[in-house]
Design a protein. Structure first.
Ligand SMILES: Nc1nc2c(ncn2[C@@H]2O[C@H](COP(=O)(O)OP(=O)(O)O)[C@@H](O)[C@H]2O)c(=O)[nH]1
Ligand SMILES: [Mg+2]
Length: 397
């Protein structure tokens, strides 16, 4: 998961690390030659500083080898004014390399320096295109890269740890943007609170497109609640797709929770109604209601899920969407939420998604929080949403 994005970010970081290493080497070479001169302070004249550097030949020595500098013929000096001007220009030329030398030495010896504007721009742009390639939404990719740009333009980085510094900048910018997203409920706590205040059974409805993992995820949630000693019943309310009822019964048996079912073509809302009645009569804490997958554009089927929601009056309505559906997902969620209020998203199949962009931007784009990530087919393969999990997977320490 996130493998592609992780690789791209690491490539962008490496590019800057290489450039900074080259700069550092250059700085150290010059520093090695002129270190004493600089440390002794600015009062010393350039000629004295140059005198500290071993020269390849002195004036007295005969020019005998091919590396020796070629002596320039002295230019005739016409008047005192020209002489003065020439001296001034010479002074200026000598002064310039000393300034850049100081900057280089600052990086090489003191270890802190600001990336130049070109480098910052290059880095931010590489990160932006990596995010977009990984299907992070346009706005979120822009927000993250603007934050990176700002951080790098405002602060020096430790030139001895360029890689760590850039990774840490990426992490901070990701955190800054992810933390703006709406926080979802902690499902375990939410249910426990309801039970404690006697508001049972707690009803949770799962909806979303076809094949995204609704039934599997419902079974994962039942497994998780059961491990917290919270009792559940499953409502096999997908009466549409072939084998959907058998699949729910199979999961119910494996997880060890009862399943309320009817035949294919039966009204999904009335099965849910029966499941609620069963929970009440058997003192069961939670009713998990499945539904048939549907496209957000199919008004009839959307009408059916609205009916389930009307009858069940869910305490939580969860959209189950595939991480791998990329840029299509935000639209699916927006369309569904026009008809049914969605409290949270479970983003499945993150384990098969080398991009993972939706995990980063879906909350900011839709305003709906992610509650869990589906990270495999097993009942334990459900990870509670956490910003640290996302950041740690993309730009590790
Ligand atoms: N790799 C992986 N597969 C998943 C995940 N969630 C569900 N699946 C698989 O996706 C397929 C469709 O799941 P299903 O629950 O039938 O989807 P539904 O049509 O939405 O109910 C099944 O093979 C599941 O095992 C997940 O997080 N990761
Ligand atoms: Mg299903």
């Amino acid at each position: 998961m996130f493998d592609n994005l992780k690789k791209k970010i690491s490539e962008a970081v490496n590019k800057i690390v290489k450039r900074e290493d080259a700069k550092k080497e250059e700085g150290q070479e010059i520093a090695g030659a002129k270190e004493t001169a600089i440390i002794n302070g600015p009062e010393r004249k350039q000629e004295e500083i140059d005198g500290d550097i071993p020269q390849s030949s002195s004036k007295e020595e005969p020019i005998s080898d091919s590396y020796a500098p070629i002596a320039k013929p002295a230019a005739p000096i016409k008047d005192a004014y020209r002489e003065e001007k020439a001296q001034e220009q010479k002074k200026e030329e000598k002064a310039q390399p000393r300034l850049s030398l100081k900057t280089k030495i600052k990086g090489a010896i003191l270890g802190r320096s600001r990336l130049d504007r070109g480098e910052i721009e290059d880095f931010a742009e590489s990160i932006r295109s990596s995010l977009l390639e990984s299907e992070v939404s346009y706005d979120t990719a822009d927000e993250i890269t603007s934050d990176i740009r700002k951080r790098l333009a405002e602060g020096d980085i430790d030139t001895r740890k360029v890689r760590e510094e850039l990774n840490s900048t990426v992490r901070e910018s990701l955190r800054e943007v992810l933390e703006k997203g709406r926080k979802g409920v902690d499902l375990g706590l939410f249910v426990s609170d309801r039970i404690a205040s006697g508001k049972t059974p707690v009803k949770i409805l799962f909806l979303g497109p076809n094949g995204t993992g609704k039934t599997t995820t419902m079974a994962k949630i039942a497994h998780m609640l059961k491990s917290k000693k919270i009792s559940c019943v499953l409502s096999a309310s997908d009466t549409f797709r072939a084998a959907a009822i058998e699949q729910t019964v199979y999961h119910g048996e494996r997880v060890g929770v009862p399943v309320i079912k009817s035949g294919y073509g039966a009204d999904p809302a009335s099965i849910a109604f029966d499941a609620i009645a069963y929970a009440k009569s058997h003192n069961i804490d939670v009713v998990l209601v499945d539904s048939a997958g549907r496209q957000e554009t199919n008004r009839n089927l959307i009408g059916e899920v609205q009916k389930i929601a009307r009858v069940v009056k869910p305490d939580l309505t969860i959209f189950v969407g595939e991480s791998i559906s990329g840029n299509v997902l935000p639209n699916q969620i927006k369309e569904f939420s026009k008809f049914v209020a969605i409290d949270g998203i479970i983003l499945t199949k993150l384990d098969c998604d080398s991009k993972g962009g939706n995990a980063i931007s879906i909350t900011n784009t839709t305003g709906i929080p992610i509650l869990f990530f589906g990270i495999g087919e097993g009942y334990d393969a459900l990870a509670p949403y956490s910003i640290d999990f996302v950041i740690g997977s993309i730009a590790p320490n």
